[in-house]
Design a protein around this ligand. Structure first.
Ligand SMILES: [Zn+2]
Length: 394
């Protein structure tokens, strides 16, 4: 299994300056390489490739020993490859007949990550300078940076990245061969309905609501983004606003990820089989079925932006759930959610009138009354178990 681990860095003042310089030089390199490709293409219709640019790195480094020459050759190659991927995606969209925007220059604040593609090459995870009680990561040109390692790292560290979020720095380890940790069977199964008022409702009637503090941060982010939309470009005030939006984005991401981990862990511990909506299908049908357009009363007054911030939690939750389920040896089944919110989970009668409000379900045929999301989750569970049975019979 592959997994990533993210930890807060605790750099010294000097290291913070070095990290900022490292990021800035990688951004400059990215922009210079982009400029090179653009002019070659515009003036001579020549396509510059990754290999050409990588070969030039040696000269760039030797010409600028106190600047670009300070950093890892491999991390610079990773930045050139990142540009190469942007161009590959651009040409793929051109080929598909769309009219994509040309890859863009990265402004300050639009380039926040440096990657070292191989542990031991210009970087070293868990490198011990003198302490034995603390964790450090060694980064070429920066030194041994202290890591707030709040949980153990498992598997083999493959790549190491450093990311800036506001005034915080994080190290991200991508690990291979992370061992699975199977959990004992419980004999229980569950269906999940993903909603707006509650992030997830289970077929057993448990609502896992987006936590209050996440909703509060989402509110503040929505405000900050509205505030930013009016500002003048290039002003100091605007610069501060951009930084504030970035910091709040980071906070929302961390809160959402923490919550997704807790919620997914609880489900994986309790159930052998977990059935959920196929999110790709759900997203296509959701607005048509009115869930987004007519959300529950808890969120009806919220702005569209705020709601979309909370909604984005589904993708994060399902990703976390997928790898926790795999690691624990649990079975995860995705089903087409079409009709699950209008169908009676007791008699199967499907009608729009069954659902009187966002929260209430009353079957017009058999009179079955339930919380609408619990009814939907029960249908989702049934659809998943039917798929499973069909697969076993085949
Ligand atoms: Zn019914």
């Amino acid at each position: 299994m592959r997994r990533s681990f993210t930890f807060l860095l605790r750099p010294t003042t000097k290291q913070t300056a070095a990290l900022a310089a490292c990021l800035e030089d990688h951004r400059t390199l990215y922009n210079a390489a982009l400029e090179h490709r653009r002019t070659a293409y515009a003036k001579a219709s020549v396509s510059i490739r990754y290999g050409d640019q990588s070969a030039e790195l040696k000269h760039i480094r030797s010409d600028d020993p106190d600047g670009q020459g300070r950093w890892s050759f491999s991390s610079q190659q990773a930045t050139l490859r990142r540009l190469d991927r942007a161009f590959a995606a651009f040409f793929a969209r051109v080929k598909a007949g769309r009219t994509p925007g040309f890859p863009r220059f990265k402004g300050r604040g639009r380039f926040d990550t440096v990657e070292w593609p191989k542990d031991g090459d210009g970087c070293r995870w868990d490198s011990q300078p003198e302490h034995t009680s603390a964790t450090f990561v060694r980064l070429q040109g920066v030194g041994h940076v202290r890591v707030h390692q709040h949980r153990p790292v498992r598997g083999r560290v493959k790549t190491i990245s450093v990311k800036r979020e506001g005034d915080r720095w994080y190290v991200i380890l991508a690990c291979d061969d992370v061992p699975a940790e199977p959990l004992p069977a419980t004999g229980a199964v569950v269906g999940l309905d993903m909603g707006v008022a509650a992030l997830v409702t289970t077929s057993n009637g448990v609502h896992l609501a987006n936590p209050r503090h996440l909703a509060a941060t989402a509110d503040r982010l929505a405000d900050a983004q509205r505030d930013l939309a009016g500002g003048r470009r290039g002003s100091t005030r605007r610069h501060k606003k951009v930084a504030r939006v970035a910091a709040l984005h980071g906070k929302v991401r961390r809160q959402r990820s923490d919550y997704a981990h807790k919620a997914a862990l609880a489900l994986v511990r309790a159930y052998d089989v977990i059935v959920h909506e196929d999110l790709r299908i759900a997203n296509m049908t959701r607005s048509a079925s009115g869930t987004i357009d007519a959300p529950g009363r808890n969120v009806a007054q919220k702005s569209g932006l705020n709601r979309s911030i909370l909604d984005a939690g589904w993708g994060v939750f399902l990703r976390v759930l997928a790898y926790k389920a795999e690691s624990a040896g649990r079975e995860l089944i995705a089903v087409n959610p079409a009709g699950t919110s209008r169908t009676c989970s007791r008699c199967g009668h499907c009608a729009k009138d069954n659902r009187l409000t966002q929260a209430e379900f009353v079957c017009t045929a058999c009179g079955h009354a339930a919380h609408a999301d619990v009814n939907a989750a029960t249908n989702i569970l049934r659809a998943g178990l039917a798929l499973r049975q069909a697969a076993e019979a085949a």
